[in-house]
Design a protein around this ligand. Structure first.
Ligand code: HEC
Length: 246
């Protein structure tokens, strides 16, 4: 998270009332007794609760249960694989589906807002980086610089405004969407893709848009079906007990 050391984390969990109470309850420790050992164990326990799998989609696609998904979700899967071309980045393989390619793409989020500023921002960023500026601190403290995306790490112009493809598992339970939370619903997300990387009412041009993002010409029934498919990616463990921050 771009923190310079463990100190800010320890400071927070030792002094924030909610964290302090939770650490006392779980580990019986307070103040300086709380170290990275307890923090690490707490994070590991959280990560063990992130169980993905056995969603209606998994039971339909890998378990061959024709009744596991609704008719709408089945039609939505066809759009996902075909006309929508979602699968080219949100990957589904023969035996498993991570629903990400673990790569970086500019799909028209955030950068559209700073378009005319990109040459200046990119130049200033590279200059600051060469002068020894901390990349993490810069992108976390400057909203415009953060929209440069993967470019901040590689310095490659093709990475301007590119962000890592997230998995779509449990996506229906994790609104809002995109790295900046700018799209409120799954319907908004699908509309953004359908328009070819634009949000409604956003006329700006994005010169760095991924070649994979083009208008899809989906009708409103196909959009609803695609949303139904995305909703079929929720794992039962996740739906039953969404991990809530302490
Ligand atoms: C060119 C690659 C690419 C294609 C094609 C693509 N996506 Fe994405 N998708 C991404 C990337 C990259 C992000 C994250 C972008 C960001 O945060 O700025 C993303 C984000 C999302 C999110 C938000 C996830 C979250 O947790 O915030 C959803 C939902 C989504 N995509 C669904 C779809 C659907 C549905 C399609 C097909 C219509 C599709 N994607 C096509 C790369 C792609």
């Amino acid at each position: 998270m771009g923190l310079p050391s463990h100190e800010p984390i320890l400071q927070l969990v030792r002094t924030d009332a909610d964290y302090a109470a939770a650490f006392k309850q779980v580990f019986g420790k307070t103040g300086d007794q709380i170290t990275m050992t307890e923090v690490t164990r707490a994070i590991a326990s959280f990560e063990r609760s992130l169980l993905f799998g056995d969603s209606p989609f998994d039971r339909y696609y890998f378990g061959h249960d024709p009744k596991a998904m609704s008719e709408a979700a089945m039609r939505g899967l066809d759009v996902f694989l075909g006309q929508g071309r979602c699968v080219s980045c949100h990957v589904i393989e023969q035996t498993q589906a991570l629903l990400t390619d673990d790569r970086f793409h500019n799909i028209g989020i955030g950068l559209n807002r700073i378009q005319e500023d990109v040459p200046r921002l990119a130049r200033e960023f590279l200059k600051a980086k060469a002068a020894g500026a901390n990349v993490d601190e810069t992108v976390l403290s400057d909203a415009k610089a953060s929209e440069l995306g993967r470019f901040a790490v590689t310095g490659e112009f093709r990475d301007i405004g590119a962000f890592k493809t997230p998995t779509l598992r449990n996506v229906a339970a994790t609104a809002p969407y995109m790295h900046d939370g700018s799209l409120r619903t799954l319907q908004d997300v699908v509309t953004h893709y359908n328009l070819g990387g634009f949000s409604p009412g956003d006329p700006s041009v994005n010169a760095f848009l991924s070649g994979g993002i083009r208008p899809l010409n989906l009708n409103s029934a196909q959009i609803d079906d695609l949303v139904a498919f995305l909703e079929a990616l929720t794992s039962p463990h996740f739906a039953a007990a969404p991990p809530t921050p302490p």
